[in-house]
Ligand binder design. Structure first.
Ligand code: NAD
Ligand code: GLY
Length: 361
C-alpha cells in the first residue's frame, strides 16, 4: 500500500494505492461528514465491482444511490450529464453528499464534471478501474464532457477529495486496455524520469502481466510524477503542457480516423515516436535514445507506425488545425534527453512532413 500526496494547499488530497475496494467505505467515512453517496459507473464495471463498493459504503453507514451510464466514450456527453443531474435531484443530494466515480477515464471525467457543476460543486472520490485512469485521468482534476465538435470541449479543473486505487481491479481489464495505459506510463519516463524509464525497460513484461509489486511501484511513481506537475501548474498555464507529449500527432491521427481506428494510447504511442524523431531531426535528441523509445513502445505491444490508409498531406493539414496551435504555429512537446522535454512551436513543416512520411514506411 502506498500514499501519494497531491499538494494543492486547501485543495490537497491523497491518492491511496493498493487499497482493497471492500475497505473503501470505512476510509471514506474518515474523509467526509456526508451521509448520502451516489456511485456513478457503467454496466461493465458494475458487473464486476459495484456490489463490493455498494456494500462497503452501506456497512460504513452511507446511504447509497447508484447511477449507471452506458459504456463508451460517446456517453461522456452533456446528455448523460443532464441525466445524472436529474438523479442528483431525485435522490436529494446535498452539498456534503459525495459522488463516487467508479470506472475508467470516461466515467471519471463525466462524474467529475457533474460533481464540479451540480449545486456548484459536490465532493468527489475517484475510484479508477483502468490503468489509464489510475496513472493519469483520476489525478489532477481535469473533468470534462465531449461535444459533437470535439473531445473535452466543456469542462473544468475540479480536484477530487481522494483517489482510491485498488490495483487488483485491473485483472478484469482486457489486455489492449492495459497496453494503452502503458503508453501513458512510458510517457512519464520520457518526459520526467530517466531512472523510471530504465526500470520500465527491465520490467515492461512484468507490468503487462500485472505483477502486483511492479504495478504498485509503477502506478505510485506515475501518480507522484503527475502530482508534481499539477502542484506547480494546476491550470496548464505552462509546465502541465508537457503531459501532452505524443498528443499533438496522436490527436491528429485520432481525429482523422474518427476516433475509430486507434485507441487513444495507441495514437499517443505513435505520437511519442513522431516527437522523438522530430527532436532527432532538430539535433536535440540522440538517435540511440530515439531507438530506445521505439523499442520500449514495441515491447509494450503498442504501435510505432502509422497505417498506410492515411496520407501525409491530410495529417499535416489536421496538425495545423490542432487546438495546440498558438498564433498559427503547431505546438510540439519534444525530448531534449531522456527525462527532459521542452515545448516548441518552431518545428519547420518540412521536418514534420519528413517524420510523418518515415512513420508510414
Ligand atoms: P474507458 O473509461 O472507456 O475504459 C475502457 C474500457 O474498459 C471501457 O469499456 C470500460 O467499461 C472498461 N473497464 C473499465 N474498468 C474495467 C475493469 N476493471 N475491468 C474490465 N473492464 C473495465 O477508457 P479509459 O482509457 O480509462 O479513459 C479514456 C478517457 O479518459 C477518455 O475520455 C479521455 O479523454 C479521458 N482522459 C482524461 C484525462 C484527464 O486528465 N482527465 C487523462 C487521460 C484520459
Ligand atoms: N492528461 C493530461 C493532464 O492531465 O494534463
Amino acid at each position: 500500500m502506498k500514499t501519494v500526496k497531491v499538494g494543492l494547499r486547501e485543495k490537497s488530497y491523497d491518492i491511496l494505492i493498493g487499497y482493497p475496494l471492500d475497505e473503501i467505505g470505512g476510509i471514506l467515512k474518515k474523509h467526509t461528514k456526508g451521509i448520502k453517496s451516489l456511485i456513478v459507473t457503467n454496466p461493465t464495471v458494475a458487473g464486476y465491482y459495484l456490489e463490493t463498493v455498494e456494500r462497503s459504503l452501506q456497512k460504513a453507514g452511507f446511504q447509497v444511490f447508484v447511477a449507471q451510464v452506458p459504456d463508451g466514450e460517446e456517453h461522456k456527453s452533456q446528455a448523460e450529464a443532464s441525466k445524472l443531474y436529474a438523479k442528483c435531484l431525485e435522490y436529494r443530494l446535498e452539498r456534503e453528499s459525495i459522488i463516487v466515480g467508479l470506472g475508467g477515464g470516461v466515467i471519471g471525467d463525466l462524474a467529475g464534471y457533474v460533481a464540479a457543476t451540480f449545486m456548484r460543486g459536490l465532493p468527489i472520490v475517484q475510484v479508477p478501474t483502468t490503468l489509464v485512469a489510475q496513472v493519469d485521468s483520476s489525478v489532477g482534476g481535469k473533468v470534462a464532457v465531449n461535444l459533437p465538435e470535439g473531445k473535452n470541449l466543456v469542462g473544468s479543473f475540479y480536484q477530487p477529495f481522494l483517489v482510491y486505487i485498488d490495483l487488483a481491479v485491473l485483472k478484469t481489464l482486457p489486455v489492449e486496455e492495459i497496453e494503452v495505459g502503458m503508453a501513458e506510463v512510458i510517457k512519464y519516463g520520457i518526459i520526467l524520469d530517466k531512472k523510471f524509464l530504465e526500470y520500465l525497460e527491465k520490467k515492461i513484461e512484468k507490468l503487462r502481466e500485472l505483477d502486483m509489486q511492479v504495478l504498485e511501484r509503477v502506478v505510485a511513481r506515475c501518480c507522484q510524477l503527475k502530482a508534481g506537475v499539477v502542484k506547480k501548474d494546476e491550470r496548464e498555464k505552462g509546465l502541465r503542457a508537457i503531459l501532452n507529449f505524443g498528443h499533438t500527432l496522436g490527436h491528429a491521427l485520432e481525429a482523422l480516423t474518427d476516433y475509430k481506428k486507434y485507441k487513444h494510447g495507441e495514437a499517443v504511442a505513435i505520437g511519442m515516436v513522431g516527437a522523438c524523431r522530430i527532436a532527432e531531426k532538430m539535433n536535440m535528441f540522440k538517435k540511440e535514445a530515439r531507438d530506445r523509445v521505439e523499442h520500449l513502445i514495441e515491447k509494450a505491444g503498442l504501435p510505432a507506425r502509422i497505417g498506410a490508409e492515411l496520407s501525409v498531406d491530410s495529417i499535416v493539414q489536421v496538425l495545423s488545425l490542432d487546438k495546440k496551435v498558438r498564433a498559427g504555429r503547431v505546438r510540439f512537446v519534444l525530448p531534449e534527453r531522456m527525462g527532459k522535454v521542452v515545448v516548441r512551436n518552431d518545428v519547420p513543416e518540412d521536418i514534420v512532413r519528413d517524420v510523418v512520411t518515415g512513420l508510414m514506411e
